[in-house]
Design a protein around this ligand. Structure first.
Ligand code: ARG
Length: 517
């Protein structure tokens, strides 16, 4: 294995990245060794700065060459129509508060594995083809080609550390699972490769996943966390004290820094994954140009519905799933009772379908990846027409076309409290699209209130407004909070009135601040 030029740049930093214990037990990636510059590291960032005016980093990545960045597939989920324009790649960034030194580039195309179906199923990698090449400077250095890490045995859940690797990112550094705090500078740490992931059981797929982490002497654990995803796990050559190859990509874990549950990384040495990561011209994943729709002459028992996949770039292969929802008393689909009724492109409506609404979910797959989109709903299904299903028969019976059967989901991507203000960012996803989505948000104080009637006012939930800062991204700010714990919740409601089934919830602490001059 040859020594990579990056080694030189990183070697010095490894010297200050402490040995296998945290110098500062309060420093937490979770429990990082310190702030470092990693010239092959990039940030995937939202187009708008966060509430504190810092670059809003949601994932990491590795420069493969001037025109390509390696990241995780799960960082690239959800967006169908505008995925390449949805976020930016920031190279040469060190402090999130100082993007002036960085190069900011647009993404032209996304590539993932056609069989990718979620981080926990493996194949969690993606390649971004940049709209314009990066200027390769000492602060933006390619990690090319991705290594093969030949020495790592495939097939075991680990437990025999076979070397060490450098992790780095702007992800959560707060060991408190309820709190997410992103560091300003890039932080890094050294972890053991092939840590023991046996506690994950069959969820750890040794052929496509790699286990890495570090137990510190003080009993704490060093691990990547939310926001580090897609970033590098770079193997270190102990003789050379430098980075030699890309062993893994930050993928997932059971919480962060939990004893017995090291981080799980995409195994770059897997031959299929390695070959795909090295493709000189990665095929582009399809982009949706027009959404799926249902073609039907009539919506009555006996009629045929056809799932029309819509218009997509890059000629994908389509598969369809038909979803059926009963009509709720308010005339909207009862989205809590959606059933999958068929995986054929066409269905014939049956008597038991009467009164229900239908939608089809299309999966578009090509050599560059696979993703799904949902049609508008159609219905309610009318009784069989006397004399058989005739196009246009039963005129005068209302047919709700365009009902939205998709329920939004949301999660907090960023949450932190400083002084008496908490700021939260909520990311909403909806197969039916996020246009017109509203968010109901609130907070309840869950500590320090007097019990009984006296505390009633203190415990009273307060409503918070959620500001739409980008498509599907909402910012929630709560000011003037007394030091205590607060439970924040948010429910996304889409344009059709479909509400998220289970609210996104997080508990945050507002700490007492010392008065400082
Ligand atoms: N999925 C997380 C992300 O999106 C990465 C989690 C890594 N977890 C861990 N315990 N190593 O950033």
């Amino acid at each position: 294995m040859s020594r990579h030029p990056v080694a030189l740049a990183v070697a010095g930093l490894l010297a200050c990245a402490a040995p296998a214990h945290a110098q500062d037990p309060g420093a937490r990636i979770i429990n990082p060794d310190g702030a470092i510059t990693v010239p092959y590291q990039v940030a995937l960032a939202q187009r708008t700065l966060d509430g504190d005016g810092n670059v809003a980093v949601f994932c990491g990545g590795t420069v493969r060459d001037a025109a390509h960045v390696i990241t995780a597939a799960h960082c690239l989920e959800g967006e169908t129509t505008d995925a390449p324009g949805e976020f930016l790649v920031v190279a040469g960034l060190f402090q999130r508060s100082d993007p002036s030194v960085a190069q900011v580039v647009e993404v032209a195309a996304i590539t993932t594995h056609p069989a990718y179906r979620g981080a926990d199923t493996g194949n969690d990698f993606g390649i971004l083809t940049l709209a314009e090449p990066l200027r390769l400077t000492p602060g933006a250095v390619p990690f090319d080609p991705p290594g093969t890490v030949g020495a790592l045995a495939v097939g075991a859940a680990g437990g025999n550390p076979v070397g060490r690797a450098l992790i780095s990112g702007w992800g959560d550094v707060d060991p408190d699972q309820d709190n997410a705090v992103q560091p300003d500078p890039l932080v890094g740490a050294i972890v053991d490769l092939n840590a023991d992931c046996s506690a994950y059981g069959p969820a750890f797929i040794a052929t496509t996943m790699l286990c890495a982490g570090r137990r510190n002497l003080d009993g704490t654990v060093t691990d990547t966390c939310q926001g580090d995803s897609g970033g590098p796990l770079a193997r270190i050559n102990p003789q050379q004290n430098g980075v030699v190859d890309l062993a893994g990509i930050v993928s997932f874990g059971n919480g962060c820094a939990q004893a017995g549950f090291p981080g799980i990384y995409t195994r770059v040495a897997n031959p299929d994954i390695n070959a795909r990561l090295r493709q000189s011209d990665p095929p582009a994943r399809a982009v949706m140009l027009a959404p799926p729709a249902i073609d039907a002459h009539d919506v009555a028992v006996g009629a045929t519905l056809t799932c029309n996949p819509g218009r997509w770039s890059s000629a994908p292969v389509f598969s369809a799933l038909w979803l059926r929802a009963p009509l709720a008393p308010n005339g909207q689909p009862d989205t809590s009772r959606i059933e999958v009724v068929s995986d054929r492109p066409q269905i014939v409506l049956r008597p038991e379908d009467e009164g229900s609404l239908f939608a089809c979910e299309v999966r578009a797959t090509n050599a560059g990846g696979s993703l799904t989109a949902l049609s508008g709903g159609i219905g309610p299904v009318q009784p069989a027409r006397a004399g058989g299903a005739q196009p246009g028969a039963g005129a005068g019976t209302p047919v709700a076309v365009g009902a939205d059967l998709s329920v939004p989901t949301s999660s907090f991507t960023r949450r932190s409290c400083r002084r008496r203000t908490c700021r939260l960012t909520l990311k909403v996803d909806d197969l039916g699209g996020v246009a017109g989505t509203r968010v109901r948000a609130g907070a309840v104080r869950v500590s320090g209130c007097p019990t009984g009637r006296k505390g009633r006012k203190c415990r009273r939930p307060r409503t918070l407004s959620a500001r739409d800062v980008a498509p599907g991204v909402f910012e929630i700010v709560a000011r003037g909070l007394e030091p205590a714990r607060y439970r924040f919740s948010a429910t996304a409601v889409d344009a059709a009135g479909n509400a998220q089934a289970r609210a996104a919830v997080v508990t945050l602490t507002v700490r007492k601040t010392k008065a400082r001059a």
